[in-house]
Design a protein around this ligand. Structure first.
Ligand code: PDD
Length: 286
C-alpha cells in the first residue's frame, strides 16, 4: 500500500509529494515539528501536541498554517487513509520559501509549508524493547539554548543515537554543566527509594507532552516526585530509571554507562507508569 501524505492542503501518494529546494526547513532547519502517537486508530494527547506546536511557532514568529480543528481533521484523515492502528504521525511546519536563499526571514506573506506523514508501527504499545529496557550512555549536550522549541535541528541528537549504537547501547542522555538535561529524543528520570526525580522545565529541555501526562498520573497514584537537577552518577546509583516520549511512551532504562540499575531488568515503577499511561491515554484518545 502506497503511503498517503499531506503537503500544503493536498493528500498525495508519498512519491508525488514535493517541496521547494529553497524551503527554509531544508536550507536552514527553520522549522518545527510534532510527533503524535496513534493507538487503536486514535490520537494520543492531540490537544497537548497542538498547544505545543503553537508555542513553538510563536517562539519563532512563524505563522500558523491552519486552525487546530483543521489539524485534527488532517491527522484523522491520514490515520484513516493509511489504515494506521498503531503508529506515529509526524508533522512539520516550516517558514516556507520565497524562491531563494537568504538569512533574513522572507516577507510575512510567505506561506508556511506544512507536511504530515504516518509511520505504521504495529506493536508500539506491547513493545519487546520496553520489556527488555534500554541501555543508555551519557554524552555532552552541545545543542543550542532553546531546546524548549521543538525545532528540526536534530543532527546532534541523531549523532548521539549513533554514539550509543556504536557503544552497544540503545540511546544517550545528555549532560550540561554536570547535570543531565534529557535523552536524545525523550525526557529522563530516575527512581531512588520510591521517589521519581526529573529535571524541571526550562529552556534547557523539551517540555514533553508525555512527561506532563506521566507526572500527573504518578501524582494521582500517590508516587513521590522531585523536579530538580541531577547528575549521571546519581542516576547510576538509582533503583531504576526510565524515559518518556510520544514515540516510546514510558521506556524503562536498565543500564547507564555500563552500570546495571537494580537487578538489570525494568523497574516496577517504570513498568507501572507505562501501564497506567497506556491505559489512561487509550481511554482519552481522540
Ligand atoms: N521526540 N526531549 C526531546 C529532545 C525530544 O525530541 C522528545 C520527543 C522528548 C519527549 O517529548 P514528547 O513526550 O512530547 O514526545 C523530549 C520525538 C518523539 C521525536 O523526535 O521523534
Amino acid at each position: 500500500m502506497t503511503r498517503t501524505v499531506y503537503v500544503n492542503g493536498e493528500y498525495l501518494p508519498e512519491t508525488d509529494a514535493k517541496i521547494s529546494i529553497f524551503d527554509r526547513g531544508f536550507l536552514m532547519a527553520d522549522a518545527v515539528y510534532e510527533v503524535t502517537s496513534v493507538l487503536d486508530g486514535k490520537l494520543i494527547d492531540f490537544e497537548g501536541h497542538a498547544v505545543r506546536l503553537k508555542r513553538s511557532l510563536d517562539a519563532l514568529d512563524m505563522a500558523e498554517p491552519c486552525t487546530k480543528d483543521e489539524l485534527l481533521d488532517i491527522h484523522r484523515k491520514l490515520v484513516e487513509l493509511n489504515e494506521i492502528n498503531e503508529g506515529l504521525i509526524y508533522l512539520q511546519v516550516t517558514r516556507g520559501s520565497d524562491g531563494d536563499r537568504d538569512f533574513v526571514f522572507p516577507s510575512e506573506d510567505t506561506a508556511p509549508t506544512i507536511v504530515l506523514f504516518t509511520q505504521n508501527k504495529p506493536g508500539l504499545a506491547d513493545s519487546p524493547a520496553a520489556r527488555k529496557g534500554a541501555k543508555i550512555i551519557s554524552i555532552d549536550d552541545i545543542r543550542w539554548g532553546r531546546r524548549d522549541i521543538k525545532t528540526v535541528q536534530l543532527l546532534y541528537p541523531s549523532m548521539g543515537k549513533m554514539m550509543a549504537k556504536k557503544a552497544g547501547a540503545d540511546d544517550a542522555w545528555m549532560i550540561e554543566d554536570g547535570y543531565v538535561t534529557e535523552g536524545t529524543s525523550n525526557n529522563a528520570y530516575f527512581v531512588k527509594n520510591g521517589t521519581i526525580v526529573t529535571r524541571p522545565l526550562s529552556n534547557d529541555i523539551l517540555h514533553g507532552i508525555t512527561r506532563k501526562a506521566v507526572l500527573r498520573m504518578a501524582e494521582e497514584a500517590q508516587m513521590k516526585i522531585e523536579e530538580r537537577l541531577f547528575t549521571i552518577d546519581e542516576a547510576k546509583e538509582a533503583d531504576e530509571a526510565f524515559t518518556t516520549s510520544a514515540s516510546a511512551f514510558v521506556m524503562p532504562v536498565v543500564e547507564i554507562d555500563g552500570v546495571a540499575l537494580g537487578d538489570g531488568t525494568p523497574g516496577p515503577i517504570a513498568c507501572r507508569l507505562r501501564e497506567i499511561y497506556l491505559e489512561e491515554s487509550r481511554a482519552a484518545a481522540v
